[in-house]
Design a protein around this ligand. Structure first.
Ligand code: 0O2
Length: 206
């Protein structure tokens, strides 16, 4: 539908621009020869059906979407180590090309589901043919292990519509704990992994 396409166009532009910017950051770290806190970046504009669904669930009138739905535009930054997440948060806080509106730390206090991630909602200015437009974008920062768990849980949630059978709920709880342990283990050997990665990168360049 043309109306939705028009409404979502600046959101798409914001996602595309931010992906380029964060990928650029990663490239800069690589050029510098240092460890990049960014492993990879993804982004999406929420599909129209999901926007309508969430608006109904949260009683957001459709003419208030711009101000009240914070994750129509979403960018996800995946990190190798938990420590990289706070480095990323600091890098984002230092930027001058957008304003931070809100931060939600689901790492210090995970969600009841077991979900862990750091969320930042930003006000991102997009230049359009009709002037500047301010778009809310939700940036989710998480480790590879957190992302693995969240992706699986999200798919299952879709299947069970949030009503997990007891055995599945327990499995997801155990899987969340395993993902947490994996992050802990990787943090313990972080320095050695980073040394090995630096040697490997140097060898590739020779
Ligand atoms: P999508 O686009 O399918 O990922 P709410 O949506 O009510 O949970 P709120 O206040 O809108 O929460 O914002 P919040 O807490 O920042 O969460 C929004 C997004 O975070 C979700 O988007 C998910 O991407 C992710 N998320 C939050 N909780 C969970 C969870 O328990 N499991 C998983 N897998 N992801 C979660 P949407 O709306 O689900 O849409």
């Amino acid at each position: 539908m043309k109306v939705w396409e028009l409404f979502l166009a600046p959101y798409k532009q914001a996602v595309d621009e931010l992906k380029v910017k964060f990928k650029g950051m990663r490239a800069q770290f690589e050029l510098d020869g240092g460890h990049s806190p960014i492993e990879f970046v993804t982004g999406r504009v929420k599909p129209t059906a999901s926007i309508i669904d969430k608006a109904q669930r949260k009683a957001i009138p459709l003419d208030k979407l711009e101000a009240e739905m914070q994750d129509i535009a979403g960018v996800r930054i995946m990190c190798q180590f938990v420590e990289d997440i706070m480095s990323m948060v600091d890098l984002i806080r230092a930027r001058k090309d957008f304003t931070i509106i809100e931060e939600r730390d689901y790492i210090s206090s995970k969600k009841e589901s077991g979900y862990r991630s750091y969320h930042m909602v930003i006000d991102y200015p997009v230049q359009t043919i009709n002037g500047e437009k301010h778009i809310l974008v939700e940036i989710q920062i998480r480790t590879l292990a957190m992302n693995f768990w969240a992706t699986i849980e999200h798919s299952l949630n879709y299947k069970y519509k949030g009503q997990f059978p007891e055995d599945m709920r327990k499995r997801l709880e155990r899987a969340a704990e395993a993902a947490f342990q994996l992050d802990e283990e990787m943090s313990e050997i972080r320095e050695e992994i980073q040394e090995a990665q630096a040697i490997f990168t140097k060898k590739k360049e020779e």
